[in-house]
Write a protein that binds this ligand. Sequence first.
Ligand SMILES: Nc1ncnc2c1ncn2[C@@H]1O[C@H](COP(=O)(O)OP(=O)(O)O)[C@@H](O)[C@H]1O
Ligand SMILES: [Mg+2]
Length: 404
Amino acid sequence: MEAIRVLIVDDVCETCENIKCLLHFESRIEVVGEARDGEEAVKKAEKLRPDVILMDINMPVLDGIAAAEAISLRVPASSIIMMSVQGEQEYLRRAMAAGAREYIVKPFTSDELTATIYRVYELEKKRKIHTQGSYIPRSRPEGQVITVFSTKGGVGKTTLAVNMGVSLVQDFGFSVALLDLDLQFGDVAVMLNLMPRQTFSDLAAEFQQLDGELLESYLMRHSSGLRVLAAPSRPEYAELVTAPLVEKVINLLKTRYDYILIDTPGIFTDPSLVALDHAHQILLVLSLDLPTLKNVKLGLEVLDSLHHKDKVKVVLNRATPEMGMGPGDVEKTLALPLTSQVPSDGRLVVGGVNKGIPFLLSHPQSRVAESLRRLTQLLVQQQGTRNGQKKGRGFLGRLRSQLV
Ligand SMILES: Nc1ncnc2c1ncn2[C@@H]1O[C@H](COP(=O)(O)OP(=O)(O)O)[C@@H](O)[C@H]1O
Ligand SMILES: [Mg+2]
């Protein structure tokens, strides 16, 4: 059954937390975002398109009534439930006139809240059947897949993937699942200080019956809101994660998340080929040294022969001027412009890695965080389209068939 997606709007942080606690055990209700004032509520409603919005009446910047009016015009499919305290009856009347569908008086119990949400949701569904003749399920756009790739290890793929995931969630309000496809030595979980109980290889046993809900139970939740599917706990379990499993996981996640970020090892493997096939955008990461440049050039040629070159965005990580080689050399050698340059900052980045805190959270104002946020924004603005997907036959087979 499809989850009811809820946006909470309240200027008091504690109230939002209380509401989240009240809804925590309702498996059919998913809190997809929060906003602190009416203006933010309108923005998030447009971006997240929730089924239900729980809106406080009294808020700074833009109050609940004005926000309800704007949302009911711009996002009419979202049903607004006003939250008020006793004595705000006049406000409530105006809120209902502004387009709110229901109201609930604080303080409320978990039962009162969930019953109100279900009632409003079901009513809205009936209303749609009535006005459209048949009920059309909420259509969310298919999730965008971004694969972070390189033909070299140690260039910063995982660092960028982890921080970009946090940025997509916290700065842009998207739902994001991050998959660790560095199946032998993946360290996404370590970089986020997460202790995986179940990993990608445990999922292999569930292949036949795997559906969205079961998959969800394998995803870890980072405090930022980012969801993570961790790499196997031991290198020898890597081979349990087959290309068809990876394909199934990506397809399921695309119906549930706005973004699927995939971290990969520094080589072509069958699972990482699936991640490249499914990618709408490929981040090709490199650093400023000759062996890396040589390998990335080779990697780019392979991506070209697999018809993936038009999805590639080249990112220069640890860009520092005094390396005897500059960004211009990279662009000339690869015959591609650099999409982004992320500066080197050993103290912040490595320090953060060792503490398991992404620099985007520990030092959000730093140069390296700013540049990562700009890169994320660029990827959000340039949503890619996925080109035809080529099936199976393994990496070498695929490559050879492209060459003849
Ligand atoms: N912009 C940067 N500045 C300084 N150090 C970095 C930067 N990006 C990555 N690093 C460091 O480089 C090392 C390798 O990064 P990692 O993300 O694990 O690379 P990969 O996933 O490509 O193997 C890590 O210790 C990381 O802290
Ligand atoms: Mg890595």
